[in-house]
Design a protein around this ligand. Structure first.
Ligand SMILES: [Fe+2]
Length: 289
């Protein structure tokens, strides 16, 4: 069966069938990499990847970002290590709730993420979808006055502040090695290092803008996030067990949708590091090429 790449109805995303991500021919990989750059999000139904297969597939996209406790593929699940449902007020549950706000992975770190792989292993009976929004198409659709206004603006990305907004006092070192020193500064307009397309780079971790009063910055950030995450720039994925997806964190936002937290949801997540030449914060020490 030949590889088939079917774009979604949104400006981003395509469903890829006719391949096994664990056994890709060279030509299939080239088609997948091209489609990744074109669509930003690829959905592979029915893959049922082992952790090793998921990690090997993620490695095709680049070096892996080490997440909690030295792990390269981590569960995103509402269970504790003993397999019991997490308490609603636990640090881990607050982190998962934070993922329900539009964001791009690791923008609050010195080195932001390039891409991420996620697969579905146990799903609740309803809800728990993932949504992605197209920040490239958003830049393209932006009015000229706003483009001119934001052209040289730089935002500060602050995990602690974005969690505080949802009522969570995040603990330093609570599992993800949160950036605890000087907060990273990132331009609001990013040039995609492969496609050269301009893209809005905002999300919920953008918490202030250099040179703007806080209220003005917050209003601008909220307006840009709202614009990025409006149709036709949003795709919603209704998961089936065995699905695997990969997305480009350099040009998309994403969020998890709520579900009944008394039911179990287990996803496996692998994060690919950004290139230090293009995904470093402006104030990252010693990373600029
Ligand atoms: Fe995320």
């Amino acid at each position: 069966m030949a590889i088939h790449i079917e774009p979604t109805q949104a400006t981003l995303g395509a469903v890829v069938t006719g391949v096994r991500i664990a056994a890709l021919a060279d030509g299939e990989w080239r088609a997948i990499e091209d489609a990744f750059h074109q669509h930003g999000l690829l959905i592979f139904p029915g893959q049922h990847p082992s952790h090793e297969e998921q990690l090997a597939f993620a490695r095709r996209f680049g070096d892996i970002e080490v997440l909690a406790e030295g792990m390269t593929t981590v569960p995103i699940a509402n269970l504790d290590p003993q397999g019991k449902l997490l308490a609603q007020d636990s640090q881990r549950m607050q982190l998962l709730k934070g993922n329900e706000g539009w964001h791009t992975d690791s923008s609050y770190m010195h080195l932001a993420s390039k891409a991420a792989v996620l697969s579905a292993h146990v799903l609740p009976s309803a809800g728990g979808e993932t949504q992605w929004a197209d920040a490239r198409a958003a830049y393209d659709a932006l009015d000229e006055a706003t483009r001119a206004r934001i052209a040289d603006l730089v935002a500060c990305h602050d995990y602690f502040r974005s969690q505080a907004k949802i009522g969570h006092q995040a603990e330093v070192g609570s599992g993800y090695g949160f950036f605890a020193g000087e907060k990273p500064l990132r331009p609001l307009v990013k040039v995609h290092p492969v496609t050269g397309r301009k893209t809005l780079y905002v999300g919920r971790h953008a918490s202030s803008i250099v040179g703007l009063p806080d209220d003005e910055a917050e209003a601008l950030i909220a307006r840009l996030n709202e614009f990025i995450t409006s149709p036709p720039r949003v795709y919603t994925h209704h998961w089936q067990v065995g699905d695997l997806v990969v997305w480009d964190n350099r040009c998309l936002l994403h969020r998890a949708r709520p579900y009944d937290y008394n039911e179990t949801r287990i996803m496996m997540h692998t994060r690919i590091k950004g290139d230090p030449r293009t995904e470093s914060a402006l104030n990252a020490p010693g990373l600029a090429a």
